[in-house]
Design a protein around this ligand. Structure first.
Ligand code: 2AM
Length: 179
């Protein structure tokens, strides 16, 4: 039995509410539910139960101090030259970069191949299919979106379950900062 895992941060409820307030009508866009909102630190993918246990145990050893994050505008990813998802951008943060780098090393210690993609911290707001309408109005309206700051004092190991209606993200272990 394998598990599809990732490490992520969960924004607090007021921040999630503010993100949900930005979501509007756009054809063929699947806006994320409150339960789905998160900031991925490291996507792990499918691992067996043994490696999942190793990752969960290694993560216990990672001591980090609380820090703050903010949202600064929005952006999108493209696939085949078309927008595939739209997201809230995380303002640059040294502590976030450090935590992400430490989680990357932790994953490599557990035998995962290095992540080669650049870390672009974001919170996905909607997934778009090829027939999605123009993103331009959404992008223009939220260009200067500024939310937060909020305090980060936990990170989470999530399991992802793919469903027809969109992925279900189940928090498996929550790791607390040592203030
Ligand atoms: P996304 O929101 O930008 O799609 C769970 O799937 C989380 O891991 C999502 O936040 C997703 O980012 C992220 N992720 C990163 N790389 C992924 C990949 N190759 N496949 C699926 N999810 C990935």
């Amino acid at each position: 039995m394998t598990h599809r895992l990732f490490f992520a941060l969960r924004p607090p409820a007021p921040l999630r509410d503010a993100l949900i307030d930005t979501m509007d009508d756009l054809e063929n866009a699947r806006w994320q539910d409150d339960d789905q909102l998160h900031l991925t630190l490291r996507y792990i993918g499918e691992v067996d139960a043994h490696r999942a246990d190793d990752l969960a145990e290694e993560a216990e050893t990672l001591a980090f101090e609380p820090f703050e994050l903010s949202i600064a505008g929005v952006g999108y990813f493209e696939r085949k030259s078309r927008p595939s998802s739209v997201w809230a951008r995380i303002a640059p943060s040294e502590p976030l970069t450090r935590l992400q780098a430490r989680i990357e090393r932790l994953c490599q210690r557990c035998g995962l191949p290095a992540e080669t993609r650049k870390f672009t911290p974001h919170i996905t707001l909607a997934r778009l299919n090829a027939a999605a309408g123009s993103l331009a109005p959404f992008l223009a309206r939220n260009e200067s979106l500024a939310l937060g700051p909020w305090r980060v004092d936990t990170y989470i190991l999530y399991e992802s379950f793919l469903r027809e209606a969109g992925s279900l993200y189940d928090p498996v272990v929550t790791y607390h900062a040592k203030a």
